[in-house]
Design a protein around this ligand. Structure first.
Ligand code: ZN
Length: 185
């Protein structure tokens, strides 16, 4: 029996096959690449909420605040706003407003920078080893915006034994509202 000449060869590239296995995947791949190339607006605004607005930071921070928080500068000892500050209240990040320290944990270290034996809570301040200037120190930064705050040293008072040595230029201060006025009988 003679095999039918009409029988299609197994690997013949028929038009349907070409569309199904070549064109469609190519189109899908192109669409995928275009999607990748497009900037994702929501991601951008989240990641660069504080980072991308350098101009904005320059406009609303003093040159000293910018140098300290964005360029890891250090203010000269005994020159800052808060090293000798004793009001009750909360010290916030000058860049993003996060509550970083409270007057409860502030103590007089005598070093010329505002010093705290603990942060307002464990999450708000991040610690990273800093080997600049020929020293090994633990740099502290704002958890929320990454602003440089200062360094933490293991020579603080009880109960933590830590000394968070912070630049005044990294901080703002919110005084505690006098809700509970003491009455004298
Ligand atoms: Zn911050």
């Amino acid at each position: 029996m003679i095999p039918s000449l009409r029988e299609p060869r197994p690997f013949a590239l028929r038009p349907v096959t070409v569309v199904k296995y070549v064109l469609l995947p190519t189109i899908l791949l192109c669409l995928f690449l275009i999607t990748l190339a497009m900037p994702n607006r929501s991601t951008m605004s989240n990641n660069s909420e504080f980072q991308s607005s350098k101009e904005d930071l320059h406009a609303r921070l003093t040159p000293e605040q910018y140098r300290v928080t964005q360029e890891k500068g250090t203010e000269i000892a005994f020159t800052g706003k808060y090293w000798n500050h004793h009001e009750d209240g909360t010290y916030t990040c000058v860049v993003c407003g996060e509550e970083l320290f409270t007057s409860e944990e502030k103590f007089d270290s005598g070093c010329g920078w505002p010093s705290f034996y603990a942060a307002a809570n464990e999450k708000v301040v991040e610690t990273e080893t800093d080997t600049s200037h020929g020293m090994v120190r633990d740099e502290i930064t704002c958890h929320k915006c990454g602003a440089h705050l200062g360094h933490v040293f293991p020579d603080g008072p009880r109960p933590t034994g830590l000394r968070y040595c912070v630049n005044s230029a990294s901080l703002d201060f919110k005084p505690t509202k006098p809700n509970h006025k003491k009455t004298e009988d």
